[in-house]
Ligand binder design. Structure first.
Ligand SMILES: *[C@@H]1O[C@H](CO)[C@@H](O)[C@H](O)[C@H]1NC(C)=O
Ligand SMILES: *[C@@H]1O[C@H](CO)[C@@H](O)[C@H](O)[C@H]1NC(C)=O
Ligand SMILES: *[C@@H]1O[C@H](CO)[C@@H](O)[C@H](O)[C@H]1NC(C)=O
Ligand SMILES: *[C@@H]1O[C@H](CO)[C@@H](O)[C@H](O)[C@H]1NC(C)=O
Ligand SMILES: *[C@@H]1O[C@H](CO)[C@@H](O)[C@H](O)[C@H]1NC(C)=O
Length: 158
């Protein structure tokens, strides 16, 4: 299984470099699908994430619709949206509590927030992670990362 996927990756990247095909036609599937951060070997509660419009374009707004249920009470926390590849890693931040009249948000509460960012740079191919975290805790996560073969260098897969 490993070799065909690895080979396909290089074919796709090579094709991209030669033809400069927009990234949306290569690795980035649409609809963009986020899944569990369990792939990183982390036990962090999942969130559902969709984006609109479903294309990430440098200099254009994109809204992340983030839905979840708190497993733990969430105090003041950062919503971090990471766009990254092997060599590039950019975090866009929002404050979780800005979306609520009262914070912390207690455990077992459903939440839904819309975070709009304007990416400055969009690599040819990339992954995205959405984290809700503070200095000492990770409260929720979702990622577009699906294949440990496509190592990103930011989070090492054991
Ligand atoms: C992009 O988002 C920013 C921040 O939410 C907002 O101020 C701006 O009006 C938006 N621009 C467009 C073209 O929607
Ligand atoms: C987030 O955006 C979706 C789609 O536009 C909308 O249905 C929903 O009400 C918004 N949620 C909040 C909390 O603003
Ligand atoms: C990662 O993205 C940066 C910024 O777009 C780009 O300069 C770099 O070549 C990309 N690296 C890879 C391995 O694609
Ligand atoms: C981060 O969250 C944890 C768990 O809720 C809490 O104990 C801690 O005080 C928070 N840290 C800060 C700096 O808010
Ligand atoms: C949160 O997850 C990140 C990414 O895996 C990790 O580096 C960090 O140590 C985690 N923080 C805590 C408090 O577990």
């Amino acid at each position: 299984m490993k070799h065909p996927i690895f080979f396909l990756f290089f074919v796709l990247v090579t094709t991209a470099v030669i033809n400069a095909i927009p990234h949306t036609l290569i690795l980035r599937q649409q609809p963009t699908e986020f899944s569990s951060c369990a792939i990183f070997g982390l036990d962090v509660p999942d969130i559902s994430v969709t984006i609109s419009p479903d294309s990430i374009v440098a200099g254009q707004n994109v809204t992340f619709h983030i839905i979840g249920t708190t497993k733990f009470s969430i105090p003041a926390a950062t919503v971090g949206i990471f766009i990254y590849n092997d060599t590039y890693d950019k975090e866009y931040q929002a404050s979780f509590c800005d979306y609520y009249i009262s914070c912390p948000l207690g455990e077992n509460n459903a939440f839904g927030i819309n975070v709009t960012i304007t990416p400055e740079v969009v690599p040819e191919s990339y992954n995205m992670d959405v984290w809700i975290y503070n200095d000492t805790a990770n409260f929720s996560c979702a990622t577009t990362y699906t294949d440990p073969e496509l190592s990103n260098g930011r989070l090492s897969i054991q």
